[in-house]
Design a protein around this ligand. Structure first.
Ligand code: PA5
Length: 442
């Protein structure tokens, strides 16, 4: 398999090659900190070696559970939020057919607990009414409100539809080994469980059962996914992961040159949720201590017709990282037309992907000319192995990048603020003081 390539020529109008290379000593120090486990957040470095430590036995066990769920269920609802949701969603969307949601399929994976939308849950309930469904409930802390609400509602529905004992067979919990309400509930009910290792944070957990089980249920090759990540993990541990280093150095050089927003750009609709996963990984890892590049994303060429104007001519505080996919899965050519009333005969015979690639190149050049530095992350194609490598590429880079930025990339203290207010407003026992304080503000 070919490696991911990072091309940074398009940033040179803003930061020179010398400026990027000047950061190399800091990058090497960040790598040393990461690999020696001597930096902030070092109790959450399990992801670094994770792909190399996953055994075949573990993957077989996940595949067996997935096969059992596929056997009895036409629909499996994966309940989780943040890191307990986005990795599985990203990989499943990237590997699924664009219209698979409208096609008959063996087992469909749906998601819940990633919002508190009453309509979403009510409509999901209605959809599941005549389905043979199962549940994978995922929460590392085991106490997160959004998935807890969804699980309470869907568990009750499942028990009503198939009875308590069959519901127990169809529910799998992925959570902490010992702590949290979900662990207590799973033990009390006797659910099959998988453990999220203590030293792997939520947003780094896609290669644990958090991501692997839903991905396997959706019918995708988790062994290839892990193999792709393992390849880059090995290179990282041997100090040979030049791609993640290049990306981390370049984005920090750009940040220091005043580029505060990074837009991750794709030209394949299948990568929409990969960008959502990336946004969480980078936003939660770097946005702290009043620092950090703001991670944004666009899906092109769709968003060239909405955000394109801003990117071309808005405030010059942005840079772009384009995920370029070298080879698409299908071959489709634009037909010739005798009348040529639409004027498209100049591209007749060309592949749709060639037009897409010219749109990509034309946009990159236009944005560079317009003062938007551009990087490219090139992957050979979208498949389980390259996605595994891409996941690890971005994980390794955010570890390096966070240390270059001078933050702890592995905590997320800021996500607690809204929870405190929500609990106070909902009058959760134990939050009486906060309830009083927040009422005074209203
Ligand atoms: O990356 C993180 O740690 C968070 O985004 C969590 O994944 C998210 O808050 C969900 O937490 P939990 O898995 O504990 O329910």
């Amino acid at each position: 398999m070919e490696n991911i390539k990072v091309v940074t020529k398009g940033v040179c109008g803003t930061v020179s090659r010398d400026a990027i290379e000047a950061l190399a000593p800091e990058g090497n120090a960040a790598l040393e900190t990461l690999l020696s486990g001597s930096g902030a957040g070092n109790d959450f470095l399990g992801w670094v070696r994770l792909p190399l430590e996953i055994t075949d036995e573990h993957l077989n066990d996940i595949n067996e559970t997935a096969a059992r769920l596929r056997e009895c269920c036409d629909t499996v609802v994966a309940i989780g939020i943040g890191g307990s949701y986005l990795g599985a969603k990203a990989v499943i969307e990237a590997l699924s057919g664009s219209f698979s949601a409208y096609e008959p399929t063996k087992t469909r994976v749906l998601f819940a607990g990633q919002n508190i939308g009453e309509d979403y849950l009510a409509e999901l309930q209605a959809y599941l009414k005549d389905k043979q469904f199962g549940i994978i409930v995922i929460s590392k802390s085991g106490t997160t409100t959004e998935p807890a609400i969804a699980f309470r509602i869907l568990k009750e529905q499942l028990e009503a539809q198939v009875g308590h004992d069959e519901a127990v067979r169809r529910i799998v919990a992925v959570t902490d080994e010992k702590r949290g309400a979900l662990r207590t509930l799973a033990t009390a009910e006797g659910y099959k469980t998988y453990i999220i290792p203590d030293n792997v944070g939520g947003r780094f957990s896609v290669l644990t059962p958090v991501g692997l089980l839903p991905i396997a249920v959706a019918g995708f090759d988790i062994k290839a996914l892990v193999a792709g990540a393992a390849k880059l993990a090995k290179e990282t541990l041997e100090g040979r992961n030049a791609a993640s280093m290049e990306y981390a150095l370049t984005r920090n050089a750009l940040y220091r040159a005043g580029k505060k927003i990074e837009i991750l750009v794709n030209y394949s609709p299948k990568l929409h949720f990969f960008s959502e996963w990336w946004k969480q990984l980078y936003g939660e890892s770097e946005g702290k201590d009043n620092k950090g590049i703001f991670p944004a994303s666009v899906d092109n060429t769709t968003d060239l017709h909405s955000m394109g104007q801003w990117i071309q001519e808005g405030e010059r505080i942005i840079f772009e990282t384009v995920i370029s996919v070298e080879k698409v899965a299908h071959e489709l050519r634009i037909p010739a037309d005798a009348d040529n009333l639409d004027g498209l005969n100049y591209i007749a015979g060309k592949r749709v992907d060639e037009v897409n690639k010219m749109a990509e190149l034309g946009t990159r050049i236009a944005h560079i000319d317009g003062g938007v530095p551009n990087m490219q992350v090139i992957i050979p194609s979208i498949n389980p192995e390259t996605l595994g490598e891409l996941i690890y590429f971005f994980e390794a880079a955010v570890g390096l990048s966070g240390y270059l930025l001078g933050v702890n990339p592995f905590n997320q203290p800021g996500v607690e603020a809204y929870k405190r207010n929500m609990f106070a407003l909902l009058e959760k026992p134990g939050y009486e003081k906060e309830t009083e304080a927040i009422r005074a503000k209203l």
